[in-house]
Design a binder for this molecule. Structure first.
Ligand SMILES: [Zn+2]
Length: 131
């Protein structure tokens, strides 16, 4: 009998990411999106950290046949929409009218096209490690 090493504790960021995914799933069931602030509250982390996790989820979800749909941030003063914004954080000010009253972006998980995790060449002989 071989002793198994104790399982290491889950990394803190993985736990937060699970919380974010759970919150996104709950919102999706209600037909709603979740803002970075709501996700931050759900995961107990800062909005900036939520943005980092969302960046990661946006890349990893397609491997599960899902995608991260983003409702862009919007200026409450002039309705400017931050559609070109790559970052998942709330902008500080509106480029059109300089207002700082910005509705945060909202996120939801939707079915999407499944993509392979990473393009890598197929191994012709998987069991052919010995020569
Ligand atoms: Zn504006």
């Amino acid at each position: 009998m071989r002793e198994r090493p104790p399982r290491p504790p889950a990394p803190r960021n993985a736990t937060a990411r699970t919380s974010i995914r759970d919150a996104l799933a709950t919102a999706a069931q209600a037909g709603a999106s979740a803002t970075a602030r709501e996700l931050a509250t759900a995961a107990g982390i800062s909005e900036k950290d939520v943005a980092d996790h969302l960046d990661h989820l946006a890349r990893s979800l397609p491997t599960e046949g899902l995608r991260l749909a983003v409702t862009p941030a919007r200026c409450l003063a002039c309705e400017y929409r931050f559609t070109d914004r790559a970052k998942h954080t709330t902008p500080g000010a509106c480029p059109a009218c300089r207002s700082e009253r910005i509705a945060p972006p909202a996120f939801r998980v939707e079915p999407g096209a499944r993509t392979p995790p990473r393009a890598r060449p197929p191994r012709a002989h998987a069991d052919d490690d010995e020569t």
